[in-house]
Design a protein around this ligand. Structure first.
Ligand SMILES: Cc1cc2nc3c(=O)[nH]c(=O)nc-3n(C[C@H](O)[C@H](O)[C@H](O)COP(=O)(O)OP(=O)(O)OC[C@H]3O[C@@H](n4cnc5c(N)ncnc54)[C@H](O)[C@@H]3O)c2cc1C
Length: 445
């Protein structure tokens, strides 16, 4: 008898789970409360879908249980992901190790997943909101807006609270909690940070290379380098996103959160001091405003001078040692106080979620409820920006789907083989026996 598997949520992880469960022989039905599947996939990578990353490191995935993400990711790897998508007709393209479909269209990834589910006979029920799950005589009984469904195994792939417009409104956490699972408070992650200082209005629109160091009660928590974006309320851009989950967690603990920004991130502190000193000598006749010209963005320069207590029309050579020190400090260690993060509506993912200590890492089955599985963002796993969250969705979806179908804890290996890969000159990712392309990514410190 074929096992009947119900999956709640037709997002990235739910679709992946459905395909793997169906390939392993199960009868699969997906229950999706939106009118279409994979709405979040469509917004990924600015509509281009950064579907994974060749540079995989343990520290790029965060979880309260150390080692849990890695144990899942090593069972269904980036290599398996690339083979899987190639098998569906997606040609992967590498940009410094960040993988996109060659079409540069997230819609092509979604279409490929949906074609495969269709080919495998997976049923998808739309506008079907699940509100209750019970276990009756060893089987699951799922109550939804379209009635009751029975299943031998159930996969919760309902996502987080991030970007609720795409369907992930946090109801998955409630379903998990009702089944006895602990949910670690979900907080926004990969999100903009709102800062206290009043002069952000003047800085809105500035983009500049910078190194960010995040502190909670003066203890260093995280650092990141990349293109910082200044907005009328605070800081944004990739380096902000990367440190934001630590900021949100610290704010949640009621700690004082500050960010120190180095606007000359390509130099050490000593190099910057020497460089600026030489610049002061060679351009000593200029006013401070003129001296800053070409060094940093104009709007930013004016704010930094003001914060140093310096008039833009003062001569750079006329500054007192104290003024000069203050200016150096603003350029290399400008400090801002974070008062809040933007809400879930603006977040790409959540940190927190279903506690993985209640989940078997090999199968993603619940330790509390037999035949109940979890995958994707509903779990307390969040990745850095750069393809890591989708990789988590693919790997955990593959594991949960295969296990729920009753195929033990082994994930079916791809029929396309496992040759190593490298990025070709045109950026598409090629198989290349014996060499693993693992180029260090730009912008990460
Ligand atoms: C703007 C944006 C850009 C991003 N870009 C990238 C990127 O380029 N690379 C990357 O790796 N990651 C990216 N991410 C993150 C990535 O998209 C997510 O981590 C991933 O899609 C999560 O997949 P999931 O299956 O766990 O959840 P989701 O994709 O959120 O799917 C959950 C599904 O469950 C459904 N559902 C929820 N509750 C119920 C219910 N009660 N009943 C029925 N159905 C329900 C929802 O409608 C939804 O379809 C981005 C996220 C955002 C918001």
């Amino acid at each position: 008898m074929r096992r009947q598997v119900l999956i709640i949520g037709a997002g990235a992880s739910g679709l992946m789970a459905a395909i793997h469960a169906a390939r392993a022989g199960a009868l699969v039905t997906l229950l999706e409360h939106k009118e279409q599947a994979g709405k979040k996939i469509l917004s990924t990578g600015n509509g281009r879908c950064n579907l994974t990353n060749l540079d995989q490191r343990e520290e790029y995935y965060r979880c309260s249980q150390k080692g849990f993400p890695q144990s899942v990711l090593t069972r269904f790897t980036v290599e398996d992901t690339l083979n899987f998508f190639e098998g569906l007709g997606i040609v992967p393209k590498s940009r410094n190790g960040y993988i996109y479909p060659n079409s540069d269209q997230a819609s092509s990834v979604l279409e490929a997943l949906l074609l495969e589910t269709k080919g495998l006979g997976v049923k998808i029920l739309y506008e079907c909101r699940v509100h209750k799950i019970e276990k009756r005589e060893g089987r699951f009984c799922v109550s939804s807006s379209q009635g009751e469904y029975l299943a031998d195994a159930l996969i919760l792939a309902a996502g987080s609270k991030a970007a609720p417009v795409t369907g992930s409104d946090g109801s998955g956490y409630e379903l998990a909690a009702a089944l006895g699972h602990k949910v670690i408070t979900p907080l926004p992650a990969l999100v903009q940070l709102r800062c206290r200082e009043p002069y952000y209005r003047q800085l809105a629109g500035v983009r500049t290379e910078a190194r960010l160091s995040l502190f909670a009660d003066q203890t260093f928590l995280a650092g990141e380098r990349g293109e910082l974006q200044l907005t009328d309320y605070g800081i944004s851009g990739i380096p902000t996103f990367q440190v934001s989950r630590y900021a949100c967690a610290a704010l949640h603990r009621k700690q004082k959160v500050t960010v120190t920004i180095d606007f000359l991130p390509h130099m050490s502190e000593k190099e910057a001091e020497e460089f600026l000193g030489r610049r002061r000598q060679s351009l000593g006749e200029r006013t401070c405003g003129q001296w800053m010209n070409g060094l940093l963005n104009r709007k930013l320069s004016l704010v930094l001078l003001k914060l140093s207590g310096i008039e833009k029309d003062e001569k750079i050579n006329g500054l007192s040692p104290r003024q000069w020190d203050r200016l150096l400090r603003q350029i290399t260690a400008y400090e801002t106080t974070v008062i809040a993060a933007n809400p879930f509506e603006n977040a790409q993912v959540c940190c927190g979620g279903v506690d993985t200590r209640q989940i078997y890492e090999g199968t993603l089955e619940s330790r509390l409820v037999r035949d109940l599985y979890f995958c994707g963002e509903i779990l307390d796993v969040d990745g850095c920006c750069g393809g890591y969250n989708l990789q988590w969705a693919w790997s955990s979806g593959a594991a949960a789907g295969t296990s729920a179908a009753g195929s033990g804890n082994g994930i079916k290996s791809s029929p396309r083989g496992t040759g190593h890969r490298a990025a070709a000159a045109d950026g598409t990712v090629q198989k290349e026996p014996g060499r693993f392309h693992n180029k260090k990514r730009k912008g990460r410190t």
